[in-house]
Ligand binder design. Sequence first.
Ligand code: PLP
Length: 416
Amino acid sequence: MGTNPLILKKRLQLTLLSPWKKDFPALNEVSADLSPGRLSYLDSAATCQVPEIVIANVADYLRAGQGNAGRGMHGLSERATTVIENCRQKVAKLIHCNSEQITFTKGTTESINLVANGLKHGITSNYSILVTQLEHHSNLLPWQQLCQQTGAKLNVLPIDARGNIDDSQLDMFLSENCALFAFTHCSNVLGNQPNIQHLTDSAKHFEVATLIDGAQAISHDDVNLQQIDCDYYAFSGHKLYAPGGSGILYSKDHSNLEPLLLGGGIVNKTTIADYELRTDSLRLEAGSANLVALTGLSSAIDYINSIGYGAIQRHEQALVTELVQRINNETSFDIVSSLNSKNLVSFFSPKYHCHDVASLLAEKKVAVRAGHHCAQPCLQAIGVKHCLRASFGLYNDSDDIAQLIEGIKEIEETLA
Ligand SMILES: Cc1ncc(COP(=O)(O)O)c(C=O)c1O
């Protein structure tokens, strides 16, 4: 059972502590930028810190000797194969699918590119692709390129000024010989979650394939792919408390996909003139696997399971509520993120450039993200050029919020 966050009454103000913060050396020992002082790390939507248990497991793996999977009969090579296949099973269990449906990549971006590239052979100018205006560039540019290369039409479901998808044209776009509908599970700017079940079911009704970008949802949502029943789901290990370098692509059926990369480990037979690909999902994983990343991912999944998504959600939701209140009550900044956001708060002020504010906050050891967050069409729709984003992980607490708010207040005074 997950541990509940400890709530203390302190001078009539509720203070949220994190029972998990002690697990993260980067936030307890040497701070991330090596300068003295307490670090308020509020950039987990970009990448999460890594718990000690994951670091220790990765170190143990390396200490025992690394091997290259599937390429040798010796113990270290066999162990590497076991690491990969164990990790595949853990990922499959986490998102409720079969391990043969999991392909490892280096991140969400590569997973989406793999699908866009992998379907290209079957797309002509008679087809269309559908995306939404809420997307991160990783779930937009690969589809733009696919359409540019094949002559297919790119349709876009617009969003309103609050980031809600306007689905009044959904059926019309899906019926336009649509080959695939790609949409996000959770916006990295606004934190809102489209009704992915409705979008997937609507696409299925028109026999349109679906790809869901799960990069932001995976750290706080129990993703059940048996229930959602999309065709592809993509996410990254580093947004799930694992080290960088692992990405996941779920494919309900990978047989349609051409590999993104060609090379070792993906063929049944090769002659000097030609090659015959394997039929299992390993045909999509050419080259040597990133064993460090996959060892870390396995361990991070164990860590998440030991806490439980319910506890993570309750903790992060309480932090979001507290930060929204404090920004509204104590600063001149406006909130642009959704009221339903589970783990991030985006805010801006027309008086200041967000890069100036983020740089000054960094001097006060507050790490937030600023800019267009690789989602320029989304920002255009909400009428904001750039904004600041504070995003939470399970290690954050009320002191992180206090450090941010004090920092903003001082900056407002300095720049006034
Ligand atoms: C919604 C969304 N999609 C895709 C990505 C790309 O993820 P990665 O850089 O791990 O490939 C991100 C990264 O922040 C994201 O927030």
